[in-house]
Write a protein that binds this ligand. Structure first.
Ligand SMILES: Cc1ncc(COP(=O)(O)O)c(C=O)c1O
Length: 491
């Protein structure tokens, strides 16, 4: 039955009732606080921080960040937030912009590089050189902005970008080379200095994607850990992205993209005076935007402070050390690469064989979910194994022992389940399909076969669905994912 239209009743309910309705909607969500959800959420575990962020947002919610001449507070806040980022990760002359998130920061960095290369080098068919572990946002940027993504395989043991292979992939059409600090998928830091030097030697820009690590790594260094230089102080690095809504613990919608100088940043801006409306100048993708997100990020940075972030980084590193030691002590588990802290990816091995077992891994994810933990499944890609991914936050420190105990039990339970099987006939059939030529009915048929019934809901056990997805060719996977999400947002 269709839900009542949002604005259906002639008179809306009271504010308290509206808030109660919203609160009830959260019941089925993964918990965002408390340290049991190991993806998507960043919980500093600090008393009063959420309340501060909400109050700061509210104070600026109605301010329009579109025009800092009408709302000078926006310029002041943004200069101070970007200034804090530049002080930590910049170099003399660095300039940047506050954006809505990592994806927007990356889109803007790629647009900047494209337009810079067109203006300075006359590049009209731009290429973007990225390691295979670079975040999907770079593919999105290439797709949106008309660049060709040149993907370079990473080292299959360390999962780090291969600097020599990256250098070899640079051509006269390359406008930007990318390194991650660290990568999301495996949490390992790429050889930034070597990649940046190779790019500079060819006169090409180099972006460091420090969306997830940019606020954590310098504070880990301050806490006494060894962290290789990765920021704009490294010769050849020309831009960097860092998300304040990750290890800066601001609410979602807060990131910064930083450039080596104003000349480069200029290519990011869009100005338009060729219409009869107000003169437009947009540094970012959005036009109108609330001042609230900027204000809450400013408030969180100011409240936590340098020592606070150092203490939080220490807690993340402790959680990471304990988790890694525990995982390495669990039989049949293999941690992927040498994670820099914060992110951990591991796979599980078939009994006796020593080979990664994707079905068992996906059973394990289900078993952990049943026990109240969310670990994020990541599928296999180009010889890199499927794995479970954990994002550690200060709030997870006290959960590590309980997590490891449940992991041991869950792994035993997963091994006792019938193996996940994928029909080889279906995989063969799927391999021959042209995803672009499939109609909605056919795609719905494949989704239904996979156990997704088209109402946007998910089955209790995801292992069979994900195992099938894992076995399908990439383009078909993408078509199914798009169709599935269309069924989630069904109106
Ligand atoms: C390394 C890295 N880059 C980019 C992104 C994309 O950021 P967002 O989800 O904020 O758009 C992420 C998100 O996890 C990330 O880890």
């Amino acid at each position: 039955m269709p839900a009542e239209p949002l604005t259906g009743p002639p008179r809306g309910p009271s504010a308290a009732e509206v808030l109660a309705e919203l609160g009830a909607l959260r019941a089925a969500d993964a918990p965002t606080r408390g340290g049991r959800t190991f993806a998507y959420v960043y919980d500093a575990g600090l008393d009063g921080l959420d309340e501060l962020a909400s109050a700061a947002y509210t104070a600026f919610a109605t301010v329009n960040g579109l025009d800092p001449t009408v709302f000078p507070s926006v310029a002041r806040l943004e200069n101070e937030v970007v200034g804090a980022v530049a002080a930590l990760l910049g170099a003399p002359g660095a300039q940047g912009t506050f954006t809505s998130g990592g994806t927007e920061s990356i889109l803007l960095a790629v647009k900047t590089a494209r337009d810079h290369a067109r203006a300075e080098r006359g590049v009209t068919a731009p290429q973007l050189v990225i390691p295979s572990t670079a975040h999907a946002a770079f593919h999105k940027a290439a797709h949106y902005l008309g660049l060709e993504a040149v993907v370079v395989p990473v080292d299959p043991v360390s999962f780090r970008a291969d600097a020599a292979a990256t250098a070899a992939a640079v051509t006269d059409r390359t406008v930007l080379v990318v390194a991650s600090a660290p990568s999301y998928a495996h949490g390992v830091v790429d050889p930034v200095a070597e990649i940046a030097a190779a790019a500079a030697a060819r006169g090409v820009l180099c972006h460091v994607d420090a969306c997830i690590g940019g606020w954590l790594l310098p504070h880990l260094r301050r806490a006494g850990r060894k962290v290789e230089p990765f920021d704009l102080s490294v010769p050849g690095v020309t831009s960097l992205s860092v998300d304040l809504h990750k290890y800066g613990y601001a609410d979602k919608g807060a990131s910064v993209v930083l450039y080596r100088d104003a000349e480069l940043r200029r290519h990011q801006y869009f100005a338009h005076a060729g219409w009869p409306g107000y003169p437009v100048v947009n540094p970012t993708v959005q036009g109108t935007k609330s001042g609230g997100l900027l204000a809450q990020a400013w408030a969180v940075l100011r409240y936590v402070g340098e020592d606070g972030y150092t203490a939080l980084a220490r807690r993340v590193a402790d959680a990471s050390d304990r988790l890694l030691a525990g995982l390495r002590g669990l039989g049949g588990v293999r941690v992927l690469g040498e994670p820099a802290a914060g992110l951990v990816a591991f796979t599980v091995l078939a009994e006796g064989e020593g080979a990664a077992d994707t079905g068992l891994l996906l059973h394990l994810a289900d078993e952990m979910r049943i026990r109240g933990w969310y670990l994020q499944p990541q599928l296999s890609f180009d010889g890199l194994p499927a794995n479970l991914h954990l994002t550690l936050t200060p709030a997870t420190v006290d959960r590590v022992d309980a997590l490891l105990a449940d992991l041991g039990d869950a792994l035993e339970a997963a091994r006792a389940l019938p193996p996940v099987t994928v029909d080889p006939g279906l995989v063969e059939l799927a391999a021959g399909l042209d995803p672009a030529a499939l109609g909605p009915q056919e795609v719905a048929g494949v989704l239904a076969f996979a156990g997704l019934d088209g109402d946007g809901g998910l089955p209790e056990r995801m292992a069979p669905v994900l195992a099938l997805l894992d076995a399908l060719p990439g383009a078909l996977k993408e078509r199914l994912l798009a169709e599935f999400i269309g069924s989630v947002f069904r109106i």
